[in-house]
Design a protein around this ligand. Structure first.
Ligand code: CP
Length: 308
């Protein structure tokens, strides 16, 4: 297969396994490119991309911008906090104004689930979802699986546990879809209050004991508690959450085997993960960030080839 089955990247839910393999093979090539002394290719000189962020971001925003520049696209950045959204402008009006400046692709982060899907039905541009509320974060899941493949050789057959705030996490949902498509076995682990009812219908198992989950898995993906999305108390105190669901070096060293530790960032050091675990040789957290640029180059390149 040489092209994606989709015109937008709205979620992993809309991809098939061949799409993921194509993105990975394309990212392999771009990873080689960004490790050259000249880290840039002229592939997208005729494409203009707008990064439209209605929510804070460090990794995703910088990674998309760098990926676009490495592909030689023209790039404009929009941050809602300094925009006319504050004066009441709608999402469609905002994006259509940006598109009238001859923009071909919109990379959007938005606090509302489904914002990218809504946009893709209402504007003429290729839309890339850079995280929509608690719904999906497809490029994060792609870079996570790409990093597992790089570290362990393959995703198929691997056992992955996603730990923490599953309820509010777009990273968890996109990872579940991506890992299952590639043939991994997936468990989720966290307080019962932070695990959605009926999550087993997605083909995952629930484990509420962290030690058992870690002893079972090859890879543990530790998630941040998303206080900004919580309107209730889901556990008694942060200290008790850390005691039950935080990973520390003593716990890691006491397991039956050496497992790989991941985290999508931003990290709450000392809450879901201690510094000596985050910075240990078992952690691939910064490899995930590095791989994000190659994955986003691949996604943008493949979607742009459907515009031309
Ligand atoms: N992983 C992730 O989405 O991080 P940012 O919120 O910093 O983009």
């Amino acid at each position: 297969m040489s092209e994606l089955s989709v015109r937008h990247l709205l979620g992993i839910k809309y991809l098939n396994e061949a799409d993921i393999q194509l993105i990975f093979e394309t990212a392999d090539h771009f990873k080689e490119v960004i490790n050259r002394s000249i880290k840039k290719v002229p592939s997208l000189r005729d494409i203009t991309i707008a990064n439209v962020f209605f929510e804070n971001s460090t990794r995703t925003k910088l990674s998309f911008e760098l990926a676009e520049k490495r592909l030689s696209a023209d790039v404009i950045n929009f941050s809602a906090a300094q925009s006319s959204v504050k004066k009441g402008e709608t999402l469609i009006d905002t994006v259509n104004n940006i598109l009238s400046m001859k923009v071909d692709m919109v990379v959007m982060r938005h606090p509302n689930p489904g914002a990218g899907i809504f946009l893709s039905k209402n504007v003429k541009a290729s839309i890339v979802n850079a995280g929509d509320g608690a719904h999906e974060h497809p490029t994060q899941a792609l870079l996570d699986s790409f990093s597992i493949r790089e570290k362990l050789g393959d995703v198929a057959g691997k056992k992955v546990v996603i730990v923490g705030d599953i309820l509010h996490s777009r990273v968890a949902l996109s990872n579940i879809f991506a890992l299952k498509l590639q043939g991994a076995t997936v468990k989720v682990c966290g307080p019962k209050t932070l695990i959605p009812k009926h999550i087993e219908s997605l083909g995952v198992q629930v484990e509420t004991n962290l030690r058992r989950a870690l002893n079972w898995c090859d890879v543990a993906n530790m998630l941040r508690i998303q206080n900004e999305r919580m309107d209730l108390s889901y556990f008694p105190t942060t200290r008790e959450y850390t005691q039950q669901f935080g990973v520390n070096k003593a716990l890691l060293d006491s397991l039956d085997k050496e497992i790989t530790i991941m985290h999508p960032g931003p990290i709450n050091r000392g809450v879901e993960i201690t510094s000596d675990v985050a910075d240990s040789k078992q952690s691939i957290i910064l490899n995930q960030v590095e791989n994000g640029v190659a994955i986003r180059m691949a996604v943008i390149y493949l979607l742009a080839s459907k515009i031309k």
